[in-house]
Each structure stands twice: as structure tokens, then as C-alpha cells.
Design a protein around this ligand. Sequence first.
Ligand SMILES: Nc1ncnc2c1ncn2[C@@H]1O[C@H](COP(=O)(O)OP(=O)(O)OP(=O)(O)O)[C@@H](O)[C@H]1O
Length: 266
Amino acid sequence: MNAQTGTPAAPARIGSVSTGAALELRGVQKMFGALAAIADVTMTVASGERRAVLGSNGAGKTTLFNCVTGDFLPTSGTIRLFGEDVTTFPAHERVRRGLRRTYQISLLFGGLTVADNVYLACRGVSRARFSMLRPRQGDTLLSRAEELIEAVNLTDASSTMVANLSYGQQRQLEIALALAGAPRLILFDEPAAGLSPTERGELVRLLTNLPEHIGYVIIEHDMDVALRVAESVTMMHNGTVFKEGTPEEIENDAEVQELYLGDGHG
Ligand SMILES: Nc1ncnc2c1ncn2[C@@H]1O[C@H](COP(=O)(O)OP(=O)(O)OP(=O)(O)O)[C@@H](O)[C@H]1O
């Protein structure tokens, strides 16, 4: 058990929620001209597992995310989501299977309120997504949106225009949007970037308290945040998997320290 977060220690928690692999990459490569942004990456993330992907600038982390989400088609290799080969599936088909993603750059609707943004996200992944009707009282998506807003501690800002939120609140809202529908695996792309120390603490609390069945992969340059919210770590270097291990193993690994921790990256 993690005394700070109340989250069970990694192996026990993964074992208690895992029903197979959420994500399996086999020999994934992505070329940009002659450059291998990702070269032969093989990795498996169990259902419900919380994995950090670390590595210095240009290591291939974001390209890896883009291949998993369907934004990029890998040059070779296979990607399986919950056992199904989705290598050539478009992004929306992966969303239907429970994959979500947040971006380094905010994609929020600044001219709408927090409540509207979350409602639209809930609607966007529901069967009512093509309906032009306005929400009515009793609309279950409205109550689901309220739950998500509460889950990310934004209830007091529910009717605030997104453009008037603090940066930290905007990042909290992005997490609420990623939770819309029935996510099973969320890819977080540097969620702590630009946050104050207090906001980082809040982010750690939010992530570690997500429902147990929701796994995530997090790219994060803040090692303190990454190692506190992850149960397992993949270190990337030059487009390849350099090391895998528990946060403790990675933190104490001499090669990792030399390559990554000690030289000012991160
Ligand atoms: N669309 C693209 N076209 C050409 N090269 C690209 C493209 N996207 C990424 N690259 C290159 O691929 C390599 C890996 O980039 P990537 O953004 O995946 O690294 P990263 O680990 O996410 O880095 P950072 O931590 O800076 O975000 C880099 O050399 C980058 O310049």
C-alpha cells in the first residue's frame, strides 16, 4: 500500500484488476523519411496497469502515443488493444474500444463553460452524438457530466468559461474529458507540464484515485510525479525501449541515472 495515496502496491493492484493485456505493441516502428522515431518497440501494458513512459527529448514517446491512438500508422509492427489487432484502425474505432488521450497542448473549447465542455465530451462518445437536440432535464449525460466535474474537483467552477480557468484547472478539465464514456486505458501526455507544485500534488491525487479498472500510460518529464503515479516504468532512448521496471528499480538504476536523471533531462 502506498501510504501517501492509499493505493495498493503495484503488483497486488495490477493482479487484482487485470484480465489480460490492455495494450500490446510488437515490433512497432515508425519512420519519418530515414529517421526511425520508433524502432522495434515491444511492450505490454496489463488491464488496469499504470505505466510511465520516460525518456529525454526526441526519445520517441509522443510518436509512440500517436501510433497507439491511430494518429500515425506505424511503418511496421502490430498494436493490439484489449486483445484485438487495431494496427490499421482509425482513431475513433480505438476510442470506441475504451482508449482515451490527453494532449500536451490544450484542445478545450475556451468559449464554453466547464459544464458544457464535459457534457459535449460525454455526448461525443455516446449514441446521441449525432442528435441536434438540446439537453433536457433528466438527461443522464448531464448527471454523468456533473459526476466527472466533481471527480476532478471543478464543481465550484462548473459554470465558468474555460478561457477564465487557471492553467491548472484547464488540465483538470482535460482529465474529466478523458474520463467521458467508458475509458479503459488513458494516455496522458505530460499532464504536469506548467503546473505549480500545489497543482502537481492535486494531479497526483487525481490520477492515483481514478477507478481501479482504468489503466493509463503517462508521458511525464517531472520524475517526481511520474514515479508517484506509476506502477511500472518504460524508459525510452533513441526510439527503443531502454529499460523496464518498477519505479524503484528505474530510480535506482545506474545506467538510467547516467543516461537520463543525472544529465539535466527530465
Ligand atoms: N511528424 C514528424 N515528422 C518528422 N519527424 C518527426 C515527427 N514527429 C516526431 N519526429 C521526430 O521523431 C523523433 C521522436 O520525436 P517524439 O516527439 O516522438 O519524441 P518525444 O520523446 O515525445 O520528445 P519530447 O519529450 O520532446 O516530446 C524526434 O527526432 C522528432 O524530431
